[in-house]
Design a protein around this ligand. Sequence first.
Ligand code: NAD
Ligand code: TYD
Length: 356
Amino acid sequence: MTLLVTGGAGFIGSNFVLDWLGGSDEPVVNLDALTYAGNRQNLASLDGDPRHIFVQGDICDRDLIDRLLLAHRPRAIVHFAAESHVDRSIHGPGAFMQTNVNGTFTLLEAARGYWGALDGDEKAAFRFHHVSTDEVYGSLGPTDAPFTETHAYEPNSPYSASKAASDHLVRAWHHTYGLPVVTTNCSNNYGPFHFPEKLIPLIIVNALAGKPLPVYGDGQQVRDWLYVKDHCSAIREVLARGRLGETYNIGGWNEKPNIDIVTTVCALLDEFQPDAAGPYARLISYVKDRPGHDRRYAIDARKIERELGWRPAETFDTGIRKTVRWYLDNQPWVHNVLTGGYRDWVTQQYGAEQGT
Ligand code: NAD
Ligand code: TYD
C-alpha cells in the first residue's frame, strides 16, 4: 500500500507527510515541483528513509503522473499541490489557473485512467482526496452563520476562484465518471514550516528582525485558525472513513480578528524573547488594505465531528504557543527561507542528480 501525495514539500503537505510516516509504515510518494513555496528541508528528518520517495515534478505533467501511478500503484492520491497565497494571486493569477485548475484537471484525468484499469478490492479501495479551502465560500457578514458544506460557492480572489474551480472539477469527475473522491475545505492553518509570506509567520519573523508588522486595513477581518497538525488528523480521518463524493469542512472553532492574532503573537514573543527596545506590539503598522479583502471566514465543522468523530486537539492558545516556540527554536530554517538558501539546499544536500 502506498500514498501519492502532491505538494508534500509545502507547509501543510510536509506536515502531513511527517505526521503520516510518524504513525504508519505505509510509504509516501511525494510529488512536488519545488516552487518558491516548496522546501525540501522541511522533510530533512526523512532523509534516507525508504518509506519516503521524493519526486520533483509538476502536477501538470501527465506523462510523469502516469508513470508514477503505474510504478507505485498508490491506493490513494492526497492532493495538496497548489499556488496558495491570495496576495500573489492578485499580482499574478496565471500560475494559479495553471496549477490549481489545469494541474487538478491533469491529476484527475490520470487518476481516472489508473483507477479505471484497477479491479476488485484495489478499485474499491482507491481514493482521490482533494485538499481545499474555506475561501471558496466567499465572505461572511458579522452575524452570518458559519459556512456549512452546502453554502453557495462565492469565491472573491483569483486564488479562491481557482480553488473553487478545482473543487467543481473533482465533484464532476465523481458524478460523471464515478471517480471515488472526497474533498475537504479547511480554514486558515498555522504551525511549523509555514512560509513567512502568510500572516502568522510573517509577524513572528518581522518582529524578531525589528521590522514593521503590516496589518491590512483596519485589522478587523476575521479568520478561523486551525493548528496544522489538526488539519492533518482530519485528513487522515476523511481519507479512511469519509463518504465518497462528500465534502467535509474542517475548522478550529477559533474565529479571531487579525489584529488579535498579531497582538497575541507579540505578547508571546515578549514572554519568550523580550526585546530591550520595548514590547513587539510597538512595531504594528496599519497598511493599505488588500483589494477585495474578504471580511470574515468561519467554519461549521459539525459534519466531520458527527460522521467521523473528529475535533481539533489544540485550542488557539496551545497551538499558537507551540508555533511561536517552533519559530524561535528553528532559526536556521527561518534564515534559509529568508535568504533563499533553502533553494540551494537541495543541491548541497542531494547533489544535482536528485529528482525523478
Ligand atoms: P504551500 O504554498 O505552502 O505549498 C504548496 C506546495 O505545492 C509547494 O510545496 C509547491 O512547491 C507545490 N506546488 C505548487 N505548484 C505545483 C505544481 N504545479 N506541481 C507540483 N507541486 C506544486 O501551500 P499550503 O499552505 O501547504 O496549502 C496546501 C493545500 O492546502 C493547498 O491546496 C491549499 O489550497 C490548501 N489549504 C491551505 C490552507 C492554509 O491555511 N495554508 C487552508 C486550507 C486549505
Ligand atoms: P494570509 O495569511 O495571507 O491568509 P488568507 O489571505 O488566505 O486568509 O492572511 C490572513 C489574514 O491576514 C488576511 O485577512 C490578510 C491579513 N494579512 C495582514 O493583515 N497582513 C499581512 O501582512 C498578511 C500577509 C496578511
